[in-house]
Write a protein that binds this ligand. Structure first.
Ligand code: HEC
Length: 121
């Protein structure tokens, strides 16, 4: 009995500390990792979005073509994650004549996809 009360109190104070009781968004589990990008999530986001939003211009492995854009199969050989993200956010910053529209995903999606593409060497 004593034990379960102690547990309950601990759980409650933990919940208060993390703000979940107040309906706040849960904090990311590993901020350091999130900043560097989650490669696994990036791969999933890319797999879902590439065929819809990017394939008309880009090639990736056996999908799409380079008719209007580039081959992203080995994107990690060309650029690091930070540069890949920067290009996706604002292609015109690097090529004023770029025909690529800025990729309007969440910052996390961009970071994760950039991290994934950076592993594609
Ligand atoms: C209208 C055509 C077009 C679309 C759509 C497009 N891109 Fe691009 N993208 C380009 C072109 C062209 C380049 C080459 C650099 C430049 O001219 O901006 C490029 C460059 C890039 C680069 C930098 C690496 C490289 O090979 O130069 C990345 C990363 C990239 N695109 C990702 C994406 C993603 C992800 C999508 C889909 C959300 C997308 N692009 C949609 C045309 C496009």
């Amino acid at each position: 009995m004593k034990y379960s009360i102690a547990l309950g109190v601990t759980a409650l104070s933990l919940a208060l500390a993390t703000g979940s009781v107040m309906g706040a968004k849960p904090k990311p589990k590993a901020p350091a990792k999130a900043a560097a990008g989650n490669v696994k999530n990036g791969a999933a986001v890319f797999a879902k979005r590439f065929p819809v939003e990017c394939k008309a211009c880009h090639k990736f492995k056996n999908q799409g073509s380079t008719a209007l854009g580039t081959d992203l199969t080995h994107a990690g050989k060309k650029m690091n994650a930070a540069k890949l993200k920067a290009v996706m956010q604002n292609p015109k910053k690097f090529n004023p004549k770029s025909i690529m529209p800025p990729v309007k995903w969440s910052d996390k999606e961009l970071t994760d996809v950039a991290a994934f593409l950076a592993t594609q060497k």
